[in-house]
Design a protein around this ligand. Structure first.
Ligand code: IVH
Length: 666
């Protein structure tokens, strides 16, 4: 091994170790900065020396290209489910059943039941070879590219005591903190929220773009080892070995030798599970000896040597007092149940979301009903049922969804295929107007010193009807408001003045265009460079931008098609708000590639693929992932895929190399 190869190998080892300390042991040993610097060095060395490439290098954790579709793969051992129990009695029954069937002493291993999505990993010679979802139990989707981005999953194992080939199963999980972060982002982008981390994570594993998977930062915990020559005949020991090879095996697993031991474990975790960073929905009991497991065997659906005990979802019964219909910034009308306050899982619940008209109808909800409220893995408590027996002869009226906007009386609309009702009176409905202004002034948008109460007061005083009106406010007008002191009025005016320096991408975000959250706004701002160019962009130009889909493109077009919005933007521009990116950030921007669709293929010497992608966009071109009749050029590096080459030849698409491309945009 020469010196270069040595250094690359050494860097990989250091970074692997740092990843392991951080993600598996949760005990970081390297600063983020140091980690990033080393990663950059490794990346550049690997780029310069493709001869030492390794698919298991830590640089490959962030997938780059789109996986077209998932391949279906057969499981070596079927992925079965577990029988469920819900009471101490059923747990004792399981214990007795096993005891009778074995007729010899045995030990159970108690584990937590993690509430995510199951995954099966195959390792060959210590390297991750394949990751498959549960699928239908017999066949699953090959999601290796996505799973490789999960930092706590070892791509290469530690030590050398592992079998040549084995399978390990576990649960991919989205920690609560990540779940909350993602939902906050989705809320901002007005995307539907994930109800719980389980839904979020199963959606994540099915993402076609591994970069999205990486950005959601899932974790993985492991709970069973399968294969021909495992280190031990004991399940518990095998898990310990797996932990040594680098897998995240929770250290809460316990050996139990009586039903009492098991019940102690259950009772402890029923309370303390709320302190864990991930969601759990029960515990799993497994016979420890693999020989005894084989003796007990399986029923058609599940093993006889294991069982799940499910924690009770926390429920309470309370009275439905009334239902409010709230109108949001986008006009969506949400029904909210107002409840007689009740204690549930440690907090007092007064309100619960009723989601939409269909759900209200399904519940057959009446005013005054006794309802069951549940707080499962969900963030907002929900009403799961009605105690119809408790309805007295004085039964209240049926809860009906309103037909008209509770705020402005405009008849509501329900777009086809959607569950939500909307108030279409965008420019005349007070909560929509106030909501848009409140969004405009938030810290991450224009950062204007004004709270919702002042927006409310200014609106009621007739001083503001849209964001541009804010800039017409003067001290005299402000001081006519009841709740407004002189000092805060001056603060407000000062922050308005300062907001003229807020960069263009945040101005764009502040407009509150549907689906244009911070990230999208930043992308659009850097690609189009100015409001003028963005307003002039057509559907194809928008959709040609990386990460901008049909929905966002339509929303941007709709926004600027509305004369009132264009007028607001014009006034904001006159007020001196930033309507373009600073010159230095626009350097290298041009229209040279306008109207051209370019596919990138292979590996390059001068710039990375992402850099080429950005160059195409900066110069007005469209980057596409697959070759079609619409493709104008293929920017080809080394090792261009044979399928693409063949298709290009068939369609007569011109192939250019990086030199030619760089000359084109010079
Ligand atoms: S053992 C033969 N152990 O629960 C079944 N499963 O119905 C082997 N799960 O989808 C499964 N935590 O993804 C086992 N500690 C644990 C688990 C666990 C969560 C999930 C698993 C499966 C479901 C079982």
């Amino acid at each position: 091994m020469n010196e270069m190869e040595q250094s690359i190998k050494r860097l990989r080892e250091i970074l692997d170790r740092a990843n392991y300390d951080y993600y598996v042991l949760s005990a970081p040993t390297m600063s983020d900065w140091e980690f990033d610097e080393r990663m950059k060095i490794l990346q550049s060395l690997e780029e310069k020396h493709p001869e030492y490439a390794d698919p298991n290098s830590p640089t490959r954790r962030v997938g780059s290209d789109l996986t077209k579709e998932f391949e279906q793969v057969a499981h070596i051992y079927p992925m079965l489910s577990l029988g469920n129990t819900y009471s101490a009695e059923e747990v004792r029954d399981f214990y007795d059943r096993v005891s009778r069937a074995l007729n010899e002493p045995f030990t159970l291993v108690a584990e937590l039941k993690y509430d995510g999505t199951s995954i099966s990993l195959i390792y060959e010679r210590g390297k991750l070879a394949r990751a498959i979802t549960r699928g239908d139990g017999t066949r699953g989707d090959d999601v290796t590219a996505n799973v490789r981005t999960i930092r706590s999953i070892p791509l290469k194992l530690r030590g050398n005591s592992f079998p040549e080939m084995f399978e390990i199963r576990g649960e991919v999980l989205l920690p609560w903190a990540e779940f909350d972060r993602i939902n906050r982002e989705r809320e901002e982008q007005e995307e539907a929220l994930f109800a719980n981390p389980r839904n979020a994570v199963s959606g994540t594993l099915k993402q076609l773009n591994p970069q999205i998977v990486a950005s959601r930062r899932p974790d993985a915990y492991f709970y069973s080892l399968l294969g021909e020559d495992l280190p031990s005949e004991e399940h518990y020991r095998n898990l310990e070995a797996a932990r040594e090879w680098g897998f995240k095996v929770p250290d809460v697993i316990r050996k139990c030798s009586s039903p009492e031991d098991v019940l102690d474990y259950i009772n402890y975790w029923d309370v303390h599970r709320h302190e864990l960073p991930v969601a759990t929905d029960g515990i799993v009991l497994k016979v420890n000896s693999l020989r005894q497991q084989r003796n007990l065997g399986f029923t058609a659906k599940s093993p006889r040597w294991a069982i799940a005990y499910k924690f009770q979802a926390e429920q309470a019964e309370t009275r439905l007092n009334s239902v409010s219909f709230q109108v949001g910034r986008t006009g969506a009308v949400t029904p909210v149940a107002n409840l007689e306050p009740v204690l549930l899982a440690g907090t007092t619940v007064k309100r619960a979301s009723l989601h939409n008209a269909d759900i209200i109808r399904k519940l057959d909800l009446h005013y005054g009903d006794l309802v069951q409220v549940e707080k499962g893995g969900e963030i907002i408590p929900k009403i799961v049922g009605v105690n119809t027996e408790a309805r007295s002869f004085m039964q209240g009226d049926e809860v009906r969804f309103v037909h008209a906007c509770p705020e402005c009386n405009t008849p509501l609309v329900r777009p086809e295929g959607e569950a939500a009702h909307y108030c279409p009176n965008e420019t005349g409905c007070p909560p929509q107007i106030k909501g848009r202004i409140e969004h405009f002034v938030t810290r991450r948008a224009m950062n204007i010193n004004i709270g919702p109460e002042t927006v409310e007061d200014l609106y009621n005083a007739g001083l503001i009807r849209n964001a541009a009106d804010l800039y017409t406010l003067r001290i005299q007008g402000l001081l006519t408001l009841e709740r407004q002191g002189e000092k805060s009025a001056r603060n407000l005016l000062e922050s308005l003045r300062k907001s003229r320096e807020v960069p263009f991408d945040r101005v764009l975000y502040a407009l509150g265009i549907r689906f244009v959250g911070e990230t999208v706004a930043r992308k659009l701002a850097s690609v189009f460079g100015s409001m003028e160019r963005l307003m002039g962009a057509d559907y194809d130009a928008l959709i040609g931008v990386d990460e901008i889909g049909e929905r966002i493109a339509r929303s941007v077009l709709d926004y600027f098609a509305d004369g009132k919005n264009r007028e607001t933007v014009r006034r904001l521009s006159e007020e001196g708000l930033q309507m373009s990116m600073p010159e230095d950030m626009l350097a290298g921007q041009s229209d040279t590639l306008k109207g051209l669709t370019i596919v990138i293929s292979g590996t390059f010497a001068k710039h990375s693929r992402d850099e080429y992608k950005a160059m195409i966009e900066r110069n007005g071109g469209k980057n596409s992932g697959s070759v079609s009749a619409k493709t104008d050029y293929i920017l080809a590096g080394e090792n261009m895929g044979p399928a693409k080459l063949e298709k290009a030849a068939k369609l007569g698409v011109k192939i250019i190399d990086e030199e030619q491309f760089l000359r084109m945009i010079e």
